[in-house]
Design a protein around this ligand. Structure first.
Ligand code: CP
Length: 315
């Protein structure tokens, strides 16, 4: 694997899940693989889980890690081509990526959407420019449209917890006071389309995701109907795709409650975190044994481990 930007970079997702579970069982088996190699972990946006799990995974593989937060620590980054840089941005992404590539063997980068222009966000210019100008393998730590390390950790968690061979997995929109990206939801849908699950997506009218991510999923605006018989309920807020980046609803009846979870097949509640309690999900659900959210976060380490390991093997 040369890059890890989406499920399309993965030849065999079952093997990658198996690798993650093998790493969880024996974290230091490949400690020599990353010896004398450095991973640069670059954030253009905040993070808790991705920052810590990626560092831990790289170190388990014997790598050195360097973490840098643009925004406060780095120069203001210019990402447009051909601009006269006489404003607030001091460093162009072309030089920044190229210089980071001089110091690092593998680069992880997080870059959220700007929400200014859907076409630009969905072109993933920042991620692609890092690949182009760094000359190094790049791991997406969440981009404008996808969060593949999260999705891999989610699939690992479903694999660990499923009680039937082909579980029913529901991706449900839930309310949120802020405009959030579609990345986690897009990515989860994209991975579940490749996995051995029955995927149902439920959201209020107007919240359709881009068809390229919905794939073969069943889509319904009736959340109760979607939850019936569900083995997993994956909650996430997203802003609208069309028109782009709008909040059309904050309807609290879409919050995941114990009553809603009672409709499921003793289903597990999933969320990528961070989560707003009693907005996205009730305390009762999040604090119950049905919540897999902490296990998901724990599995971020093993997802990152499997991906970095695969990249190191190709260096
Ligand atoms: N789920 C996730 O990516 O968490 P962070 O934003 O804290 O990294």
């Amino acid at each position: 694997m040369k890059q890890f930007t989406s499920v399309h970079d993965v030849k065999d997702i079952d093997k990658l899940v198996a690798d993650a579970l093998a790493a969880k069982a024996n974290p230091f088996a490949n400690k020599k693989l990353g010896e004398n190699k450095t991973m640069g972990i670059i954030f253009l946006n905040p993070s808790l889980r991705t920052r810590l799990s990626t560092q831990k995974a790289a170190r388990n593989l014997g790598m050195e890690t360097m973490v840098m937060n643009f925004g406060g620590e780095g120069w203001n980054l210019e990402t447009e081509d051909g601009v006269v840089m006489n404003g607030n941005n001091q460093e162009h992404i072309k030089e920044a990526a190229a210089v980071i590539g001089q110091y690092c063997d593998v680069i992880g980068i997080r870059s959220f959407p700007s929400f200014e222009d859907r076409e630009k966000d969905y072109q993933e210019k920042i991620l692609k420019d890092f690949i182009k100008y760094s000359g190094r393998p790049v791991v997406s730590l969440e981009s404008a449209t996808r969060h593949p390390l999260q999705s891999l950790a989610d699939l690992v968690t479903i694999t660990e917890l499923k009680k039937v061979e082909r579980p029913k997995v529901v991706l449900t929109w839930a309310p949120h006071p802020r405009r959030l990206p579609q990345a986690v939801s897009n990515s989860f849908a994209e991975w579940m389309n490749k996995a051995d699950v029955d995927l149902v997506i439920t959201h209020p009218e107007g919240y359709d995701l881009s068809p390229e991510f919905v794939g073969n999923a069943q889509v319904t605006n009736n959340q109760d109907e979607a939850f019936e018989g569900a083995d997993f309920v994956y909650a996430k807020n997203w802003s609208t795709y069309e028109p782009y980046g709008q909040i059309l609803s904050q309807d609290p009846s879409w919050t995941i409650t114990e009553e809603k979870m009672a409709l499921t097949n003793q289903g597990k509640f999933m969320h990528c975190l961070p989560v707003r309690r009693n907005v996205i999900v009730s305390d009762g659900v999040l604090d119950s044994d049905s919540s897999a959210a902490i296990q998901q976060a724990g599995n971020r380490e093993w997802a990152a481990h499997a991906v970095i390991q695969e990249i190191l093997r190709g260096l």
